[in-house]
Design a protein around this ligand. Structure first.
Ligand code: NAP
Length: 242
């Protein structure tokens, strides 16, 4: 029987690419979205056409709202009956130093990037009792540059949660993380932006989506792997060249 994945923020970009990849491998898919309803519906329709024997459904939740986060997993289980894989992918990528971070901004970044994955992890463990969780963090967790202070701290916390949850919920639930680096440019910037930044990392090029998809598959296939972080960053975590 096909397994079911819930991917947050799955209607576009990295989340969508993981959903397409898993659908090709035979997975049913719960596509979570917040503001991208049109894209989510179109994506579901495409998947239903391409894979008519699998189940696809869309679920809306604002991950900045605790009430909506708490309703998400029970609603997915009600419709899809089970969840075998949770991918905490949705995020807010907000730029501000500590000095320029308002309290509201801090709360939004922490709510979407850390608190929501925490609640979904807890609920997955309660309700599903076995399976795999993959948290998408960021290579920025290794440094202390504060240009994206709240975002980076939320992802550092998500990585700590990954290890803590792996220990608490093993052996039936495995929890791992993927740390992308230069993958897709922000929506207001082009590929040039990534090419310029890539000059200063070991691999001298942006990685695109493929390293993330390969890492996801590796996590799924390696059933002794838990509490681990796979960097998909062309060596960016090693440091930036002068
Ligand atoms: N892109 C990169 O190069 C890169 C690099 C390092 C790490 N990452 C990590 O990889 C993951 C995916 O990156 P991405 O660039 O594809 O992300 P993205 O496009 O910035 O965001 C992904 C999704 O997050 C959802 N989201 C944002 N705020 C939300 C809210 N309040 N409630 C619910 N959903 C919300 C959005 O859903 P809606 O559109 O439906 O609102 C959005 O489509 C993220 O965790 C990111 O931190 C990416």
């Amino acid at each position: 029987m096909a397994k079911t994945a819930l991917i947050t923020g799955a209607s576009k970009r990295v989340g969508k690419s993981m959903a397409v990849h898993l659908a090709r491998l035979g997975w049913n898919m719960a596509i979570h979205y917040n503001s991208s309803e049109t894209e989510a519906k179109m994506f579901r329709d495409e998947l239903e056409k391409d894979y008519p024997h699998q189940q696809f459904a869309i679920f809306k939740a604002d991950l900045n709202s605790t009430a909506e986060v708490e309703m998400l997993l029970p609603e997915v289980v009600r419709i899809m009956h089970t969840i075998d894989l949770l991918i905490n992918n949705a995020s807010l990528f907000g730029s501000a130093t500590i000095d320029k971070t308002s309290t509201e901004f801090l709360e939004q970044q922490m709510n979407v990037n850390f608190k929501a994955p925490f609640i979904l992890t807890r609920d997955f463990a309660h309700t599903c009792q076995s399976g795999v969780i993959v948290n998408i963090v960021d290579t920025r967790i290794v440094n202390n540059q504060s240009g994206f202070a709240a975002y980076s701290l939320s992802k550092k916390a998500l990585w700590e949660l990954t290890k803590m949850a792996a220990l608490e919920f093993g052996p039936t639930i495995r929890v791992n993380a993927i740390a992308p680096g230069l993958t897709l440019p922000p929506t207001d910037k082009g590929e040039d932006y990534l090419l310029k930044l890539a000059e200063k990392i070991a691999m001298k090029r942006p990685g695109g989506l493929e390293p993330i998809l390969k890492s996801l598959e590796y996590i799924l296939n390696n059933d002794y792997l838990t509490g681990q972080l796979l960097f998909c960053d062309g060596g960016e975590n090693l440091g930036i060249l002068n």
